[in-house]
Design a protein around this ligand. Sequence first.
Ligand SMILES: [Cu+2]
Length: 193
Amino acid sequence: MKRILSVAFVLLITAVVAQAGTIHGKVTGAKGQSVVYIDAIAGKTFPAPAQHAAMDQKGLMFVPHILVVLKGTTVDFKNEDSVEHNVFWPSISGNKSLGHNMGTWPTGQQRSFKFDTTGIVPLLCNVHPDMYGYIIVSPTPYYATTDKTGAFTIANVPNGAYSVTAWNERDKMRTHTVQVTVNGDVTATIPLK
Ligand SMILES: [Cu+2]
């Protein structure tokens, strides 16, 4: 009996350690799609993904308009239009020393950039002043984009206490952070003003 109990106890501990949850949340006070991500977690690093992400320039627009990637991801910028496009960003999260101009290239060609700095990257094209888009470089792989109502889901988050940040393009460089304790499935509301 004692042995059965101790085995049961070990199984219980294993289940608790391995437990993860889903954050079901809502970003309020913002219109349209927002981005939500768990901030850097002390003592945890995440390897840069081998797979590249894609940001196209098509129909005189950045497609997708908003792209979220994990820190360390290489993004391929492809020109799908018959005209030349440029890609540059004046800053990352407002830090102008992180601004970069990738140059200008013609249809069918692509250039790549590895985003090693987390933050908000506002994309512009100096050939077409109306073109703009965003890359959000997340410090963790726990991120999501909301639907139009602000609802989001971040699954498979290990139990723990986290800072969760939301961003909406209407606020440009501004973000809002709340504390969320994941213990199985939880709900969270992030108010953007
Ligand atoms: Cu352009």
